[in-house]
Design a binder for this molecule. Structure first.
Ligand SMILES: Cc1cc2nc3c(=O)[nH]c(=O)nc-3n(C[C@H](O)[C@H](O)[C@H](O)COP(=O)(O)OP(=O)(O)OC[C@H]3O[C@@H](n4cnc5c(N)ncnc54)[C@H](O)[C@@H]3O)c2cc1C
Length: 426
């Protein structure tokens, strides 16, 4: 017989550890199982040749539910906000980004008429009640909000920046505008990366008696009797849990539940698409052009930002750590070589000669940023998927109808823990 736990948490990422931290103050036996050698999931930071590389560019919304929850758990968040500004690139032209009052005044991307229009649209974004945008896509909202093609293209670009979603024709306006508004209140780049949050969450959980086992991959979940589960690992080890909290993606959860998965019968659940991109994470000894710290393509869905200008991301204070990122369309076929070349060429435009200064770099051609592309109608689908199996809880960046990224992961982790606590106390 395998060991029996009050709560088994599958996945040692943000959602799993936030849940573990809340559950830890109750008298419950808690086990976190993580398939990788190290904890952190997509919030992990790799320390490579003295540089701290997040898995691609990571920025935490300054005024966010996630930050408030992490602070409630006594997680110290240290970092700085990047300056608002930078440049926008179209073909071979560079324009000052109209993101600050000075940028708006000086940009040549917009005519005077368009600048006034853009200022009005921005005020609209700030004051909009996104709860009312229930069945609209972001594209529909943008087209309804402004007729100017240039202003529309800035809205699409800012939407990508705030959410990583690059399919305005599909994505929910409500979710996009919530995150766009949050990003306009500023973001933080974190000293030594997001691993610092994970390490504190992990240490606090372990100190409070939570068991964390790494290199443990769950293969199957069997509901065995009312409210009890048998978990089979890939090495055939068996574990029993009274409650199971899964933080893995929707497809993986479905597979773990096998033929009897109640989620296979919900068509929109099986059709959930992920938000993906390619990242080129680079450390340089110096920047060829120290004035250019941020750039985005207007048409080309590419992002560039020097994160070390604001956060400590190297053991050597002089090193530069930056990210170049390409936003993929849902289910896009990725040509690895082509994508790498696109990212390198974009960087060459902004930082000519950068290759001479490389300390180390890492290219990931296709990485999941969020496990669900948020679409109108998701709320119903997620609601209908909840409580399908009593005792099985789900959390993770795809499980909140209106929140994605770390916002979704952290808030759903807390929510799942509260649901478990409520059940156990009743
Ligand atoms: C390139 C990139 C850029 C990003 N930028 C931002 C940003 O700027 N701002 C922001 O808020 N968010 C950003 N994110 C998103 C953020 O990192 C994620 O939303 C968040 O970390 C997800 O946490 P999670 O716990 O839901 O999932 P995960 O971190 O994926 O955790 C799930 C864990 O489950 C484990 N697991 C999976 N299967 C099994 C199994 N069978 N058995 C045991 N364990 C298993 C996985 O190994 C993983 O550790 C970015 C992500 C990426 C990739």
């Amino acid at each position: 017989m395998g060991q029996k736990w009050d709560v088994v948490i599958i996945g040692g990422g943000l959602a799993g550890f936030v849940a573990a931290n809340y559950l830890a103050s109750y008298n419950l036996s808690i086990l976190v199982l993580e398939k990788n050698k190290n904890v952190g999931g997509r919030a992990r930071t790799d320390h490579i040749r003295q540089q701290y590389f997040n898995l691609g560019p990571h920025a935490l919304y300054k005024k966010s539910k996630a930050k408030a929850i992490l602070e409630e758990l006594n997680i110290q968040i240290s970092g700085k906000s990047p300056k608002i500004g930078g440049i926008l690139v179209k073909d071979n032209y560079e324009y000052i980004a109209p993101f600050s009052p000075l940028g708006l005044l000086n940009t040549k991307f917009l005519s005077w008429k368009e600048r006034i229009e853009w200022a009005k649209v921005l005020m609209n974004v700030i004051s909009i009640d996104n709860e009312k945008l229930v069945n609209q896509t972001f594209e529909q909202w943008v087209q309804q909000t402004t007729r100017s093609a240039n202003v529309q293209s800035i809205l699409f670009l800012l939407g990508r920046l705030a959410t990583y979603c690059h399919s305005p024709e599909k994505v929910s306006a409500k979710v996009m505008l919530f995150h766009l508004k949050a990003s306009l209140s500023g973001v933080l780049y974190l000293d030594k990366g997001w691993q610092t949050m994970i390490d504190q969450l992990h240490n606090n959980a372990v100190t409070c008696g939570v068991q964390v086992q790494t290199s443990k991959s769950i293969k199957q979940i069997f509901p065995i009797e009312k409210d009890h589960f048998k978990l089979v690992l890939t090495d055939e080890e068996v574990i029993f849990g009274k409650n199971v909290l899964s933080t893995v993606g929707p497809n993986e959860l479905n597979q773990m539940l096998g033929e009897k998965s109640p989620f296979s019968q919900i068509e929109s659940f099986t059709e959930i698409q992920s938000v993906n991109g390619a990242t080129l994470d680079i450390a340089l000894t110096q920047l060829p052009n120290p004035k250019k710290l941020f750039a985005m393509g207007i048409v080309e869905p590419i992002y560039f930002s020097v994160h070390s200008n604001y956060a400590r991301l190297s053991d050597d204070a002089k090193s530069i750590v930056m990210h170049v990122f390409k936003y993929h369309k849902p289910n896009e076929n990725i040509d690895r070589k082509k994508v790498k070349m696109e990212l390198e060429q974009f960087l060459e435009k902004i930082q000519p000669g950068w290759k001479s200064y490389v300390i180390t770099s890492r290219f990931i051609p296709d990485i999941t940023v969020n496990q669900r592309l948020p679409q109108p109608g998701d709320e119903e689908m997620l609601q209908c998927s909840k409580n399908k199996i009593p005792g099985l809880y789900i959390a993770g960046d795809w499980t909140s109808p209106n929140l994605i990224l770390s916002e979704g992961a952290v808030t759903s982790g807390k929510q799942a823990a509260e649901e478990i606590i409520k059940k156990e106390k009743s």
